[in-house]
Design a protein around this ligand. Structure first.
Ligand code: ADP
Ligand code: S3P
Ligand code: MG
Length: 165
């Protein structure tokens, strides 16, 4: 979900494993030459999803092992779910819409949440996406009530355990 901590925790994990880190949203902004927020306003969500698909596919084709933080809506396209399942180990950072709403109270950069009732929007997004996140994830790490460092440690433990079994 947006605000679940993908960018924060991805950066931590890349450092822990001495791997490159790529935030898909940052790669998209480099590609489009403006902020995602402006792009949504000018071109709309559907065009954003096309660019997101293109950038994600290019990143997943990199031969180097890389920690990638996707945007929360990357699972919406079946093609992206397929690419993720095929080329990546996928972690679903679950977090409750209520907790995310508190975290993002002052955020102005996530266009989907610039609405009168961001909590309701998060509840709606969660209802649609939770099954898609679960479909594509190799495992789920529950992050509600934990600090970003604690969540990162849990993710690291799961991945490292998987690699030694
Ligand atoms: N486990 C956590 N507990 C509290 N705050 C968090 C946690 N994970 C992330 N945050 C904060 O929530 C905000 C959104 O995190 P971010 O990593 O940008 O999420 P995402 O990339 O999933 O949208 C940031 O201000 C970040 O510091
Ligand atoms: O949930 C979404 O649809 C989106 C999440 C954002 O990324 P984060 O998940 O990092 O906030 C960004 O890709 C865009 O604003 C759309
Ligand atoms: Mg992010």
């Amino acid at each position: 979900m947006p605000g679940s901590g993908k960018s924060t925790i991805g950066r931590y994990l890349a450092k822990r494993w001495s791997m490159p880190f790529v935030d898909v949203d940052v790669a998209i902004e480099e590609h489009i030459g403006c902020t995602i927020r402006d792009f949504f306003a000018k071109e709309g969500e559907s065009r954003f999803r096309d660019v997101e698909q293109e950038v994600l596919a290019a990143l997943l084709a990199r031969p180097e092992k890389t920690v990638v933080a996707t945007g929360g809506g990357a699972v919406l396209k079946a093609e992206n779910r397929q690419e993720l399942a095929e080329h990546a180990q996928v972690v679903y950072l679950s977090a409750s819409p209520h907790e995310i709403a508190k975290r993002l109270q002052r955020d102005t950069q996530r266009p989907l949440l610039q609405v009168d009732n961001p909590l309701q929007r998060l509840l709606d997004l969660h209802a649609i996406r939770d099954p898609l996140y679960k479909e594509v994830a190799d495992f789920v790490v529950a992050g509600s009530g934990l600090s970003a460092t604690q969540v990162a440690q849990r993710v690291a433990m799961q991945i490292e355990l998987g690699q030694h079994s």
